[in-house]
Write a protein that binds this ligand. Sequence first.
Ligand code: TXA
Ligand code: MG
Length: 344
Amino acid sequence: MIETKILPVSDLEKDRESIERAAAILREGGLVAIPTETVYGLAANALSPESVQKIFVAKGRPQDNPLIVHISQICELLPLVERVPPKAQKLMEHFWPGPLTMIFPKSEKVPLVTTGGLDTVAVRMPSHPVAQAIIQAAGVPLAAPSANLSGRPSTTTAQHCIHDLSGRVDAIVAADDCQVGLESTVVSMVCDPPKILRPGAVTREEMEEVIGPVDLDRAVTAQLEEGAVAASPGMKYKHYAPKAHVVIVEGDLEQYARFVNSQERPGVYGLVFQGEKEFLEKPCLEFGAMDDPAQQAHWLFAALREMDELGASEVYVRCPSKAGVGLAVYNRLLRAAAFEVITL
Ligand code: TXA
Ligand code: MG
């Protein structure tokens, strides 16, 4: 156990001391959980193998699962990569800073422990002002996976972060809840057309408007066959899972309600869209309006965590639409459910 400092930031000017403290810990090789617009991240100096190694230990993360390197300005990208393809240049002009991670051939400067042994590196420029201020003050790029224990839902509030990482990291920067709520879109720029490895708030359609065709990796919506090599190693692990057994239920509200209401075992919960609670005779939580995937994204991980607190043993989830940001919501739910989908 190490002592974890809580560094509150509600106002960037007023709480400058928290930012400086966080930056100093990072420069000295420590671990600091920081807010970003997507989810909280567990940061360390991306260029120091010893520092990055601590992330894997604190999270209990498999060593072959590569990390995203966070920068605060475009000029910080060049030393990290071999080259910047023209389509990547266009995407960063449109979507950086923001919830888009791009994969490039890595330079010598990036240690292999950061990239899980791969010769490519994932880079993102977060838009969250606190994240930007910390990267700038630290003066080094920051490797940061989501700030949760490996396999658990990502953390979207300071409280969730403290719950998972207290005693395991040097400090936690406690700011507001993350606005997006799901991790960034990950797109590989080492192939042409570029390929989405993990869907997020920046959608395939939005990217296609800027650079033309973009592929979608099969693993986004399908389970990898035994022994298959994952383009994005993170996709092969069971993920985002609360302790309860999660099942996605496809069907209309009436079919769904009839199905869940007929489950007679104790500990059965529903996870439904806004306004649907009254149709269930079982306890349930809502996670956003049916026609508002951005709202579902914002609430999903908090809802999955709350299921644990309520002691749910089985969670039946209403199936989200797979269009736009809905694809990201569906992708995370599929992993939380270990690909168990019931079609009524
Ligand atoms: O929004 C986010 O992206 C958050 C915040 C903190 O920035 N970070 C995040 O990191 O979600 P993490 O480590 O939980 O997810 C990184 C994903 C994993 O699925 C990993 O396998 C993939 O990106 N990835 C990272 N580097 C890669 C590479 N070189 N090639 C393929 N996939 C890569
Ligand atoms: Mg993660």
